[in-house]
Design a protein around this ligand. Sequence first.
Ligand code: 7PJ
Length: 279
Amino acid sequence: MRSTFQFGRFNYPLQGAGRRPRVMGILNVTPDSFSDGGNYQALEFALGHAEAMIEEGVDIIDIGGESTRPGSPPVSLEDELQRVMPVVYALRDLGPAISVDTYKPQVMREAIIAGVDMINDINGFRACGAIDAVRDSDCALCIMHMQSDPQHMQLAPSYADVVDEVVAFLRERIDALLEAGIDPRRLCIDPGFGFGKTVEHNYALLKATGRLIEETGMPLLAGLSRKSMIGAVTGKPVERRAAGSVGGALAAVAQGAIIVRVHDVADTVDALKVWQAAQ
Ligand code: 7PJ
Protein backbone atom coordinates (compact mmCIF):
# COMPACT_ATOMS: atom_id res chain seq x y z
CA MET A 1 0.00 0.00 0.00
CA ARG A 2 1.27 3.45 -0.91
CA SER A 3 1.92 6.09 1.76
CA THR A 4 -0.52 8.95 0.97
CA PHE A 5 -3.88 9.69 -0.59
CA GLN A 6 -3.93 13.00 -2.52
CA PHE A 7 -7.35 14.45 -1.75
CA GLY A 8 -7.57 17.88 -3.39
CA ARG A 9 -6.61 20.43 -0.72
CA PHE A 10 -5.94 17.57 1.70
CA ASN A 11 -3.44 14.76 1.91
CA TYR A 12 -4.40 11.70 3.93
CA PRO A 13 -1.60 9.55 5.34
CA LEU A 14 -2.20 5.87 4.62
CA GLN A 15 0.63 4.63 6.82
CA GLY A 16 2.15 5.45 10.19
CA ALA A 17 0.77 7.49 13.07
CA GLY A 18 -1.19 9.89 10.84
CA ARG A 19 -3.36 7.15 9.38
CA ARG A 20 -6.96 7.16 10.61
CA PRO A 21 -10.28 6.22 9.05
CA ARG A 22 -12.25 9.18 7.62
CA VAL A 23 -15.99 9.71 7.76
CA MET A 24 -17.74 10.79 4.56
CA GLY A 25 -21.22 12.18 5.25
CA ILE A 26 -23.92 11.76 2.60
CA LEU A 27 -25.65 14.95 1.47
CA ASN A 28 -28.47 14.34 -0.99
CA VAL A 29 -29.74 17.40 -2.84
CA THR A 30 -32.83 15.92 -4.41
CA PRO A 31 -36.19 17.64 -4.14
CA ASP A 32 -38.52 15.15 -2.49
CA SER A 33 -42.23 14.56 -2.23
CA PHE A 34 -42.88 16.67 0.86
CA SER A 35 -41.18 19.83 -0.42
CA ASP A 36 -42.72 21.78 -3.31
CA GLY A 37 -39.77 20.69 -5.42
CA GLY A 38 -38.31 24.20 -5.40
CA ASN A 39 -34.54 24.46 -5.65
CA TYR A 40 -34.36 27.06 -2.91
CA GLN A 41 -36.03 24.74 -0.41
CA ALA A 42 -33.72 21.89 -1.38
CA LEU A 43 -30.71 24.21 -0.93
CA GLU A 44 -31.82 25.43 2.51
CA PHE A 45 -32.42 21.87 3.67
CA ALA A 46 -29.07 20.66 2.33
CA LEU A 47 -27.12 23.46 4.02
CA GLY A 48 -28.82 22.78 7.36
CA HIS A 49 -27.98 19.11 7.07
CA ALA A 50 -24.36 19.92 6.15
CA GLU A 51 -23.98 22.22 9.18
CA ALA A 52 -25.21 19.44 11.46
CA MET A 53 -22.72 16.98 9.96
CA ILE A 54 -19.87 19.47 10.43
CA GLU A 55 -20.77 19.84 14.10
CA GLU A 56 -20.73 16.05 14.37
CA GLY A 57 -17.15 15.86 13.10
CA VAL A 58 -17.51 14.83 9.46
CA ASP A 59 -14.27 14.71 7.42
CA ILE A 60 -15.75 14.75 3.91
CA ILE A 61 -19.17 15.85 2.62
CA ASP A 62 -20.37 13.88 -0.42
CA ILE A 63 -22.86 15.97 -2.41
CA GLY A 64 -25.19 14.10 -4.76
CA GLY A 65 -27.87 15.54 -7.04
CA GLU A 66 -29.21 12.31 -8.49
CA SER A 67 -30.72 9.43 -6.54
CA THR A 68 -29.01 6.22 -7.61
CA ARG A 69 -31.23 3.93 -5.56
CA PRO A 70 -32.32 0.82 -7.46
CA GLY A 71 -34.93 1.69 -10.09
CA SER A 72 -34.34 5.47 -9.92
CA PRO A 73 -34.76 7.42 -13.15
CA PRO A 74 -31.84 9.55 -14.41
CA VAL A 75 -31.70 13.33 -13.86
CA SER A 76 -30.90 15.85 -16.60
CA LEU A 77 -27.52 17.63 -16.69
CA GLU A 78 -29.18 21.02 -16.11
CA ASP A 79 -31.14 19.81 -13.08
CA GLU A 80 -28.10 18.12 -11.56
CA LEU A 81 -25.92 21.23 -11.99
CA GLN A 82 -28.63 23.47 -10.52
CA ARG A 83 -28.97 21.24 -7.48
CA VAL A 84 -25.30 20.49 -6.81
CA MET A 85 -23.29 23.59 -7.69
CA PRO A 86 -24.85 26.10 -5.23
CA VAL A 87 -24.24 23.58 -2.44
CA VAL A 88 -20.62 23.07 -3.52
CA TYR A 89 -19.96 26.81 -3.47
CA ALA A 90 -21.71 27.24 -0.11
CA LEU A 91 -19.76 24.43 1.61
CA ARG A 92 -16.38 24.72 -0.06
CA ASP A 93 -14.65 26.77 2.64
CA LEU A 94 -16.34 25.49 5.80
CA GLY A 95 -13.63 22.99 6.77
CA PRO A 96 -14.49 19.50 5.57
CA ALA A 97 -13.31 18.15 2.23
CA ILE A 98 -15.95 18.29 -0.51
CA SER A 99 -16.83 15.37 -2.77
CA VAL A 100 -19.33 15.33 -5.62
CA ASP A 101 -21.17 12.10 -6.42
CA THR A 102 -21.69 12.15 -10.20
CA TYR A 103 -21.04 10.16 -13.34
CA LYS A 104 -21.56 13.10 -15.73
CA PRO A 105 -18.35 14.60 -17.18
CA GLN A 106 -19.87 18.11 -17.37
CA VAL A 107 -20.75 18.02 -13.66
CA MET A 108 -17.21 16.77 -12.91
CA ARG A 109 -15.75 19.74 -14.82
CA GLU A 110 -17.89 22.32 -13.04
CA ALA A 111 -17.17 20.75 -9.65
CA ILE A 112 -13.42 20.79 -10.28
CA ILE A 113 -13.56 24.45 -11.34
CA ALA A 114 -15.34 25.12 -8.02
CA GLY A 115 -12.47 23.40 -6.19
CA VAL A 116 -13.91 20.11 -4.93
CA ASP A 117 -11.54 17.61 -3.33
CA MET A 118 -13.04 14.40 -4.72
CA ILE A 119 -15.09 13.18 -7.66
CA ASN A 120 -17.03 10.09 -6.58
CA ASP A 121 -18.20 8.21 -9.68
CA ILE A 122 -20.54 5.22 -9.20
CA ASN A 123 -19.87 4.48 -12.87
CA GLY A 124 -16.08 4.16 -12.48
CA PHE A 125 -15.24 6.97 -14.96
CA ARG A 126 -16.62 4.92 -17.86
CA ALA A 127 -18.68 7.72 -19.43
CA CYS A 128 -17.25 9.19 -22.60
CA GLY A 129 -15.20 12.23 -21.52
CA ALA A 130 -15.10 11.40 -17.80
CA ILE A 131 -11.36 10.74 -17.69
CA ASP A 132 -10.61 13.90 -19.67
CA ALA A 133 -12.79 15.88 -17.27
CA VAL A 134 -10.79 14.87 -14.18
CA ARG A 135 -7.28 14.44 -15.58
CA ASP A 136 -5.82 17.92 -15.08
CA SER A 137 -6.63 18.45 -11.41
CA ASP A 138 -5.50 17.18 -8.01
CA CYS A 139 -8.85 15.99 -6.70
CA ALA A 140 -9.24 12.43 -5.47
CA LEU A 141 -11.12 9.96 -7.67
CA CYS A 142 -13.31 7.20 -6.28
CA ILE A 143 -13.71 4.32 -8.73
CA MET A 144 -16.81 2.34 -7.83
CA HIS A 145 -17.93 -1.00 -9.22
CA MET A 146 -21.49 -1.33 -10.49
CA GLN A 147 -23.02 -4.16 -12.51
CA SER A 148 -25.54 -2.87 -15.09
CA ASP A 149 -27.11 0.56 -14.29
CA PRO A 150 -29.25 1.98 -11.45
CA GLN A 151 -32.52 1.25 -13.25
CA HIS A 152 -31.75 -2.43 -13.88
CA MET A 153 -28.94 -3.44 -11.51
CA GLN A 154 -31.04 -5.21 -8.88
CA LEU A 155 -33.19 -7.20 -11.32
CA ALA A 156 -30.85 -10.19 -11.61
CA PRO A 157 -27.32 -9.61 -10.24
CA SER A 158 -25.12 -12.49 -11.37
CA TYR A 159 -21.43 -13.37 -11.03
CA ALA A 160 -19.31 -16.49 -11.45
CA ASP A 161 -17.08 -15.15 -8.63
CA VAL A 162 -18.09 -11.73 -7.35
CA VAL A 163 -14.73 -10.87 -5.74
CA ASP A 164 -12.68 -11.91 -8.79
CA GLU A 165 -14.98 -9.95 -11.11
CA VAL A 166 -14.98 -6.80 -8.99
CA VAL A 167 -11.17 -6.91 -8.71
CA ALA A 168 -10.85 -7.38 -12.50
CA PHE A 169 -13.20 -4.46 -13.16
CA LEU A 170 -11.41 -2.15 -10.71
CA ARG A 171 -7.99 -3.06 -12.13
CA GLU A 172 -9.20 -2.30 -15.65
CA ARG A 173 -10.52 1.12 -14.58
CA ILE A 174 -7.36 1.91 -12.57
CA ASP A 175 -5.29 1.09 -15.68
CA ALA A 176 -7.48 3.33 -17.86
CA LEU A 177 -6.96 6.27 -15.48
CA LEU A 178 -3.22 5.64 -15.13
CA GLU A 179 -2.81 5.37 -18.91
CA ALA A 180 -4.33 8.86 -19.17
CA GLY A 181 -1.47 10.09 -16.98
CA ILE A 182 -3.38 10.44 -13.71
CA ASP A 183 -1.30 10.28 -10.52
CA PRO A 184 -2.04 6.95 -8.75
CA ARG A 185 -1.97 8.80 -5.40
CA ARG A 186 -5.33 10.38 -6.35
CA LEU A 187 -7.17 7.06 -6.72
CA CYS A 188 -9.26 4.92 -4.41
CA ILE A 189 -11.60 1.98 -5.03
CA ASP A 190 -15.07 1.03 -3.83
CA PRO A 191 -16.77 -2.37 -4.25
CA GLY A 192 -20.13 -0.62 -4.69
CA PHE A 193 -22.32 -2.35 -2.11
CA GLY A 194 -25.86 -2.75 -3.44
CA PHE A 195 -25.00 -1.79 -7.02
CA GLY A 196 -25.94 -4.94 -8.94
CA LYS A 197 -25.36 -7.29 -5.97
CA THR A 198 -27.40 -9.66 -3.82
CA VAL A 199 -27.00 -9.67 -0.02
CA GLU A 200 -24.63 -12.66 -0.42
CA HIS A 201 -22.53 -10.80 -3.00
CA ASN A 202 -22.34 -7.77 -0.67
CA TYR A 203 -21.08 -9.80 2.30
CA ALA A 204 -18.63 -11.75 0.13
CA LEU A 205 -17.18 -8.36 -0.91
CA LEU A 206 -17.19 -6.96 2.64
CA LYS A 207 -15.29 -10.04 3.86
CA ALA A 208 -12.84 -9.57 0.97
CA THR A 209 -12.01 -5.94 1.86
CA GLY A 210 -8.37 -6.84 2.61
CA ARG A 211 -8.04 -8.73 -0.67
CA LEU A 212 -9.52 -5.87 -2.70
CA ILE A 213 -6.98 -3.45 -1.19
CA GLU A 214 -4.08 -5.86 -1.66
CA GLU A 215 -4.91 -6.87 -5.22
CA THR A 216 -5.47 -3.32 -6.49
CA GLY A 217 -2.87 -1.55 -4.31
CA MET A 218 -5.47 1.16 -3.65
CA PRO A 219 -7.13 2.60 -0.53
CA LEU A 220 -10.76 1.54 -0.18
CA LEU A 221 -13.97 3.48 0.45
CA ALA A 222 -16.91 1.51 1.84
CA GLY A 223 -20.52 2.68 1.46
CA LEU A 224 -22.96 0.39 3.16
CA SER A 225 -24.92 2.86 5.28
CA ARG A 226 -28.59 1.89 5.68
CA LYS A 227 -28.44 -0.37 2.62
CA SER A 228 -30.46 -3.56 2.16
CA MET A 229 -27.46 -5.66 3.26
CA ILE A 230 -27.88 -4.06 6.72
CA GLY A 231 -31.65 -4.58 6.69
CA ALA A 232 -31.24 -8.22 5.63
CA VAL A 233 -29.19 -9.03 8.73
CA THR A 234 -30.94 -6.83 11.32
CA GLY A 235 -34.51 -7.12 10.03
CA LYS A 236 -34.83 -3.34 10.50
CA PRO A 237 -36.47 -0.82 8.14
CA VAL A 238 -34.24 1.82 6.59
CA GLU A 239 -34.88 4.47 9.29
CA ARG A 240 -33.65 2.10 12.03
CA ARG A 241 -30.43 0.88 10.46
CA ALA A 242 -27.99 3.30 12.13
CA ALA A 243 -26.49 0.79 14.61
CA GLY A 244 -26.29 -1.93 11.97
CA SER A 245 -24.59 0.51 9.61
CA VAL A 246 -22.03 1.46 12.28
CA GLY A 247 -21.32 -2.25 12.70
CA GLY A 248 -20.74 -2.57 8.96
CA ALA A 249 -18.50 0.50 8.90
CA LEU A 250 -16.36 -0.92 11.73
CA ALA A 251 -16.11 -4.28 9.93
CA ALA A 252 -14.84 -2.48 6.82
CA VAL A 253 -12.37 -0.29 8.74
CA ALA A 254 -11.07 -3.25 10.75
CA GLN A 255 -10.19 -4.87 7.40
CA GLY A 256 -8.41 -1.76 6.11
CA ALA A 257 -11.03 0.62 4.63
CA ILE A 258 -9.81 4.23 4.91
CA ILE A 259 -13.13 6.02 4.22
CA VAL A 260 -16.66 5.09 5.24
CA ARG A 261 -19.60 6.78 3.49
CA VAL A 262 -22.43 7.20 6.00
CA HIS A 263 -25.74 8.87 6.85
CA ASP A 264 -25.25 8.72 10.64
CA VAL A 265 -22.16 10.86 11.12
CA ALA A 266 -22.20 11.39 14.92
CA ASP A 267 -22.58 7.68 15.73
CA THR A 268 -19.92 6.66 13.20
CA VAL A 269 -17.43 9.30 14.40
CA ASP A 270 -17.83 8.07 18.01
CA ALA A 271 -17.50 4.42 17.03
CA LEU A 272 -14.36 5.08 15.00
CA LYS A 273 -12.79 7.14 17.82
CA VAL A 274 -13.21 4.22 20.19
CA TRP A 275 -12.00 1.75 17.56
CA GLN A 276 -8.95 3.97 16.88
CA ALA A 277 -8.18 4.31 20.62
CA ALA A 278 -8.10 0.52 20.83
CA GLN A 279 -5.57 0.11 18.02
C1 7PJ B 1 -22.49 4.74 -2.92
C2 7PJ B 1 -22.13 5.91 -3.58
C3 7PJ B 1 -21.45 3.84 -2.50
C4 7PJ B 1 -19.89 5.41 -3.44
C5 7PJ B 1 -24.29 5.80 -3.40
C6 7PJ B 1 -26.91 4.97 -1.25
C7 7PJ B 1 -26.89 4.91 -2.74
N1 7PJ B 1 -20.85 6.26 -3.84
N2 7PJ B 1 -23.28 6.57 -3.88
N3 7PJ B 1 -20.17 4.24 -2.78
N4 7PJ B 1 -23.83 4.69 -2.80
N5 7PJ B 1 -18.60 5.71 -3.68
O1 7PJ B 1 -26.23 5.77 -0.60
O2 7PJ B 1 -27.71 4.16 -0.69
O3 7PJ B 1 -21.65 2.77 -1.93
S1 7PJ B 1 -25.97 6.22 -3.56
